[in-house]
Design a protein around this ligand. Structure first.
Ligand code: NAP
Length: 267
């Protein structure tokens, strides 16, 4: 049996084992997927240990994505962005990043096009970087707004976009076609709204990559008739892209989505 795992810290609430095991079972693979809590200081041992033990592959989550570059050989977007979310052990230790393609596929799945569109990405962390790079590659005009403005400016430079602070959202939200929350704001019920909901209109598409609950941003967007997308399909597509890298197989998207949504209902 091939063993796969997601590693990170914290890891208790990860939906990846439920989702990936459902996919493996549906594909008839003799494989299982676990979650292990691994701190940054143990990352190198964990990756080398998994490789030594013959694991099929790993997914990495907070706070390991950037630190992994010290251990893996990054490929494609992972190299450009300096962040890895998928490790493959076939003929070496390779690092990929499937977050950006996962986001793009989630948008396409919802019928939202990005080419030529004015896209406002809020956040400049690991996920925002991968999404900004992917959407810029697809021909989107990208604006990055972040709490720490220097991070927004750095990312904007990388994707040929514009960087700003959150204090400029009032001006840039109305001017955008697609608004993406790529911060962690909204994960908790107590989080303050990311932006003033009155800035949104029915002409907007709003994508919130948070998947554990319906965020205030999506509630506000739904209320004014904007097109909304939650983070579940990004999670599914980044996971299906990892399965493709590890096995070469097309993963069962509906099975994975169902597994995630059913697990979320229990929480
Ligand atoms: P990260 O690298 O730690 O980045 C966090 C981002 O959130 C930064 O831009 C940070 O701004 C911003 N932020 C945090 N607290 C804030 C606050 N109170 N007000 C304003 N901005 C705040 O994390 P990440 O890996 O990019 O993940 C971000 C979120 O995306 C997480 O909730 C994660 O679960 C989710 N995610 C979802 C998927 C999916 O498949 N759906 C995939 C990856 C990540 P500063 O730079 O100013 O600190």
């Amino acid at each position: 049996m091939k063993v796969y795992a997601v590693i990170g810290d914290p890891i208790e609430h990860s939906l990846s084992p439920t989702m990936q095991n459902a996919a493996f079972e549906s594909l008839g693979l003799d494989a299982c997927f676990h979650a292990f809590r691994v701190s940054t200081s143990k990352l190198k041992e964990a990756i080398l240990g998994a490789h030594a033990m013959g694991f099929g592959g790993l997914n990495l989550t907070i706070p390991l994505k950037e630190k992994a570059l010290q251990v893996v050989k990054p490929i494609g977007v992972a190299m450009v962005m300096g962040a890895v979310n998928t490790v493959d052990f076939q003929n070496g230790i390779w690092g990929y990043n499937t977050d950006g393609i996962g986001a793009l596929m989630a948008l396409e799945n919802a019928g939202i096009k990005v080419s030529g569109q004015r896209v406002l990405i809020i956040g400049a962390g690991g996920a925002a970087k991968a999404i900004a790079y992917q959407l810029a590659q697809e021909g989107a005009m990208v604006v990055i707004a972040n709490r720490k403005i220097d991070r927004a400016l750095d990312l904007a430079q990388l994707v040929n976009g514009r960087g700003l602070g959150l204090d400029e959202l009032d001006k840039f939200v109305p001017e955008s076609d697609l608004i993406i929350n790529a911060t962690s704001v909204g994960m908790s019920e107590d989080d303050l709204p990311l932006l003033d909901g009155r800035l949104l209109s029915g002409d907007h598409a709003v994508f919130d990559i948070i998947y554990n609950r319906e965020t205030q941003l999506l509630k506000d967007a739904g209320r004014v008739g904007a097109k909304t997308v939650d983070g579940v399909m990004m999670l599914v597509y980044q996971g299906s892209s990892a399965i493709k890298i590890w096995t070469g197989l097309d993963a069962p998207i509906e099975v994975m989505e169902r597994a995630v949504r059913e697990e979320l209902k229990k929480k």
